[in-house]
Every structure is written in structure tokens, then in C-alpha cells.
Ligand binder design. Structure first.
Ligand code: PLP
Length: 379
């Protein structure tokens, strides 16, 4: 038998309470039973997003929320800045180009965070830029972009909106939609909110709704105006993903019991312990600055294949982490500490990495990382 541990940056483990809630008999999405269910989810999302704005619930993975955030606020030919510091930043560029936006891509070296001044300079030169697209946590590199600073800049421009892919950052990072002035913020169910894949969330500011009025991109399934009208009646435009929304409410019960501040503190604590433990093993962290609290990207030691580390973790010890993508495939591996994660998820991951490295013939003192993680996670 191989007991499984899911420590990937999505999908993440689902708490039993949510699994059990989702096992209840089906209810109809237009029947009165469903109205309070959607109402609770709506309120839970506003709590998590720290917003009074609408947060739409879409039946798709996170990328559907990203695509809808291009098609509902923009028109072909609109100028937009995309910040590409990894696989998911690149996805913004691809989606914008697919809908014929006029894309000015800021390429950020992998492992680094965007310099907010770069965005500011571009906006100063051209205030006709309609949108700035960025990730909060760039999952492929384990880097967090400074959303607060970017929001401060974009807020100065009346006709520019900031669109944040917070799919892996939500729950792991404090993202204050209203206070900071984030215009569009996207989440997904299989990351911090501890659910199976299948839901996308999109928080939308009044400023963004104004941009929506003139949007001419083609749209049908992801029609945010129609979703907003339906949301006001505790409905969704098409058949609601009823089961996942029931699970979402259960997860909100767990998260709200902990409280936002404690949730962010927990993620910071787990991320910090993971980073320090990896360094104690003698490994380098991949991010050169601003590491994410959702996922830790670690460099494979010279002579050791990063893919072998990730594969051995899974095959020998049942630990599903993640490898590297594109040009860092084989060079890094990634460990998530996101959502339903606590002390012994970190200890498990650190111990697993030590044992795998030893198995691959790399000199490592067993327990060196675990000891550091234990110290840092003592209560
Ligand atoms: C997981 C993830 C996505 C969305 O991926 P889906 O497979 O569509 O759910 C987008 N952006 C980031 C930063 C992610 O981590």
C-alpha cells in the first residue's frame, strides 16, 4: 500500500467535512432549497475577497474566469499590458491575443517579481492602456507580485483596470480587493478554498463594470452582466454547479472559524518553515525575491534531476508535489502549502525530500531540514 499525500499547488486536499457535504442528495438549482445555498456562497466569497462588490461564481476551472475577464471588459484592438513572469503570466498574453487585444507584454525573468515602476512608466506614456493583467502568485515560479503597489498605480488612471489572477494566491495571501482597489480578481476552487476543480470566482469593481459597458469581444457562456443579474436573485445563468457550491459553503465554515488573519498567518508560517527547511538541507530556493506563501519552488541540486525528485516523491513515498515547467523542467520542483495544509504537511514534504535525495545518491544529512521545520512550527 502507498498512502497518498497531495502537496501540489492544485488540486489541493479537500477536508472530509466538505466531501461529506457534497455527498448529500442532489437539489435543483432553480428550486427554493438552492437560494440560501448560493446566498451563503456569495457572502462567503465577499468575505474572502474583502469586498462589497459582486463575486461571480462560474462553472469552469480558473482559466474560464481569466478568459471571461478578457472578453467581458475589453474590445478587439484595446491596449493592454500583460505581466509575464511565468507560465500563468504567459497565459494572460495568449488569451488577450486570442481576442485580438493590442498586447504590450512585460516579460519578467522567471524567479523575479515585476517592478511596479515598469508598469507606471508605461501608463504614464500611454493612458489609453485599458488594462493591466497580472498574477498575484505566479504558481510556476513560486513568486508573489506586489498587488498592492500595482493597484496604487493603476488606480490613478480612470480608464485602466487591474485584473489579478489570484487563483493560487487566494487564502494564502492577504488580498484586499476594496481597500487596495483591485478591479477584477479571479479565484479557482481547487486551490486555497480546498475544493475539487470546477469553480471559478470573479470579483468585479464598479470601475470594471463601467469598462464592461463598452466591451465588444464576443461572449456567450461567460457573460458577466447576465451572471450579475442572476447572482442578485441567488441564481447562476446556466445550471449551477450545485454540489461544489454546497462544498464551498462547508469550506467557508471551516475558514471563517479560523478567521482571515489566522489563515494568512498560517500560510506564512508554513511557507517560511518550508523555505528554511529546504535551505537547511542545502537546497536553493528558486525565487530570487518575493516568495509566494502558496507554493515553494526549490532548485534541484547540481547533478540531480528535478523531475526525478518529484517522481520519486510520488512513486516511493506517495507524495504528489509538482515539477518545473518549460525551461526549468528538471531544474526545480515545487511543494504547495495551500488550503487544507498544516504543520505535518510541511514535515511530510521536507522528510520526503530528504529521503528522496538520499535515495538518489545526493549527500544529505537526514533530519537536517525536518529539525529546522520542527523548530519553526513548534507551538
Ligand atoms: C492553477 C492556476 C490557474 C488556473 O488553472 P486551471 O487549470 O484553469 O484551474 C491560473 N493561474 C494560476 C496562477 C494558477 O495557479
Amino acid at each position: 500500500m502507498l498512502k497518498r499525500y497531495l502537496l501540489a499547488p492544485g488540486p489541493t486536499p479537500v477536508p472530509s467535512e466538505a466531501l461529506l457535504a457534497m455527498a448529500m442528495p442532489m437539489i435543483h438549482h432553480r428550486a427554493p432549497d438552492f437560494l440560501p445555498v448560493l446566498d451563503a456562497a456569495k457572502k462567503g466569497l465577499q468575505w474572502l475577497y474583502q469586498t462589497k462588490n459582486d463575486v461571480l461564481i462560474l462553472c469552469s476551472t480558473g482559466t474560464g474566469g481569466m478568459e471571461g475577464s478578457v472578453t467581458n471588459f475589453f474590445s478587439p484592438g484595446d491596449k493592454a499590458i500583460t505581466i509575464n513572469g511565468g507560465k500563468f503570466g504567459e497565459r494572460w498574453t495568449k488569451i488577450c491575443k486570442a481576442y485580438n487585444l493590442n498586447v504590450d507584454e512585460i516579460v519578467v525573468e522567471w524567479g523575479h517579481a515585476v517592478k511596479p515602476e515598469t508598469v507606471e512608466e508605461k501608463l504614464k506614456k500611454d493612458s489609453s492602456i485599458k488594462g493591466v493583467f497580472v498574477q498575484a502568485s505566479e504558481t510556476s515560479t513560486g513568486v508573489y507580485h506586489d498587488i498592492k503597489a500595482l493597484a496604487q498605480i493603476v488606480n490613478k488612471y480612470e480608464n485602466t483596470i487591474l485584473i489579478v489572477d489570484a487563483i493560487s494566491a487566494l487564502v494564502a495571501h492577504d488580498l484586499r480587493m476594496d481597500e487596495w482597489g483591485i478591479d477584477v480578481m479571479i479565484g479557482g476552487s481547487q486551490k486555497g478554498v480546498m475544493l475539487p476543480p470546477g469553480l471559478a470566482f470573479v470579483g468585479i469593481s464598479e470601475k470594471a463594470w463601467k469598462s464592461a459597458e463598452s466591451s465588444k469581444c464576443p461572449k456567450f457562456y461567460f457573460n458577466f452582466k447576465k451572471e450579475r443579474e442572476n447572482l442578485a436573485k441567488n441564481q447562476t445563468n446556466f445550471t449551477s454547479p450545485v454540489t461544489l457550491i454546497i462544498g464551498l459553503n462547508e469550506c467557508f465554515r471551516i475558514l471563517q472559524k479560523e478567521g482571515l488573519e489566522n489563515i494568512f498567518r498560517r500560510h506564512e508560517r508554513l511557507a517560511n518553515a518550508t523555505r528554511k527547511a529546504m535551505q537547511a538541507i542545502g537546497l536553493d530556493l528558486y525565487p530570487k525575491e518575493s516568495p509566494s506563501n502558496a507554493v515553494t519552488a526549490v532548485c534541484a541540486p547540481p547533478g540531480v534531476d528535478g523531475q526525478a525528485i518529484y517522481k520519486n516523491l510520488r512513486e516511493k513515498y506517495g507524495i504528489t508535489a509538482a515539477g518545473g515547467q518549460d525551461h526549468v523542467k528538471g531544474k526545480i520542483f515545487r511543494i504547495a502549502h495551500l488550503g487544507y495544509a498544516d504543520t505535518f504537511d510541511v514535515i511530510t514534504a521536507v522528510a520526503g525530500v530528504e529521503m528522496v535525495l538520499k535515495g538518489l545518491g545526493h549527500p544529505v544529512r537526514l533530519g537536517s531540514g525536518v529539525a529546522v521545520a520542527e523548530e519553526l512550527l513548534l507551538k
